[in-house]
Design a protein around this ligand. Sequence first.
Ligand SMILES: [Zn+2]
Length: 432
Amino acid sequence: MVSAENPIVGSVKTVVKVRLLPDDQAGDVLGRTLVLCNIAATQVATTAQARGVFRNWDLRKITYQPLREEGLSSQTAQHVIKKVADAYATRTANARAGRYGPKDGARYQRIMGTSVVFRPHAAQPYDDRVLSWDHQARTVSIWTLEGRKIVPFTGAPEHLVLVAAHRKGESDLIHDRAGRWFLAATIDIPTPKVTEPDGFLGVDMGIVNIATSSDGTNWSGGAVTARRKTNLAVRRSLQVRGTKSATRRLKKRSGREQRFVRDVNHRISKHIVETAERTGRGVAVEDLTGIRTRVRHRKPQRSTFHSWAFAQLGAFLIYKAERAGVTFVQVDPANTSRQCSGCGHVEKKNRTDQASFACLSCGVSLHADHNAAINIAARGQQMWGRSQPSHDAACPRQPAGTPEQQARPFRAESLTGSATPTRCASRGRGPR
Ligand SMILES: [Zn+2]
């Protein structure tokens, strides 16, 4: 994956959760271990507050020995102290940022005057000295009050691959409200150098079509919308009932729906980034904040859902592009759907209906989302050109990629388009 021309230059940090599957006995001792760690942390926090000692090293001098005497291992004691120091560091940062109100205010005084308290099941960090992984056997060996326990783990296949290959540093032991156990592992993925893109693959996001690429590939939102409609109907009837079991079913349904959208977004972003990588292009999308404000609905609930779904697709694109060393840019979303990708003419009436685009100036006609995606690709190229002035100065200006992929400056006013119709014609037909 990483070749000589593509030396590692950076890394992407992320967190991957794997599920622990302790048997009853191991689950019980893990629970007691976690509770003890958090009781200990709350004690350390009380001492810290009383003595006005908040830094890790200073705190260790006065609290380490008592923690050892309570049965914590050396590593665990250090982690507990660090967790407390981190919590106070966060509190100080929040106070400085004014998040607790003015210094002489009641809220500020109350928060800064009380010691930090940890929930009995708050997450606990584990490092390699108290937690070891056997990826072949798919088990971890984890420190507990009763010595090391071997506990099986499971997770999404792609997550297991990441954990085996790129896990680094600490993992958090998590016990959720449903009683499940997880390890949230820190993943540090080395990223190949971002290569000079040979043009851009533009992506238009919408509701009818979740995504449409400048190559003309599109992903219909039909399945998502249909599922959402059924869910909304069921949800309404369950909400009316309002019983305990109805609430439980509601929760389950919304979880399922989120997983479905997540899966759709994963597949779309994977395809887009792989296509860009294979063809040596970058990925361009509309500025994601722009997408959020652009989507308007009668019902606020729907708009919240869509902005959430778009933000997730955007995040997946960014993450996957970064991991693959593919350039990613966000472009100005203004008029991408009203501008002709052939001649640059901007007019509201260019878009004849939701699905169709027909230029009133040069006559090009193609799918509206495809037209927008081509505009986004061109703006990506423009932006990239502008952001690389030193590169441009050093090298003679080279056409980027095939003539089709070349940047073409767009103007707000109409151009008499004798030079452009070839592009219109060659890319003129939409995906179907
Ligand atoms: Zn035109």
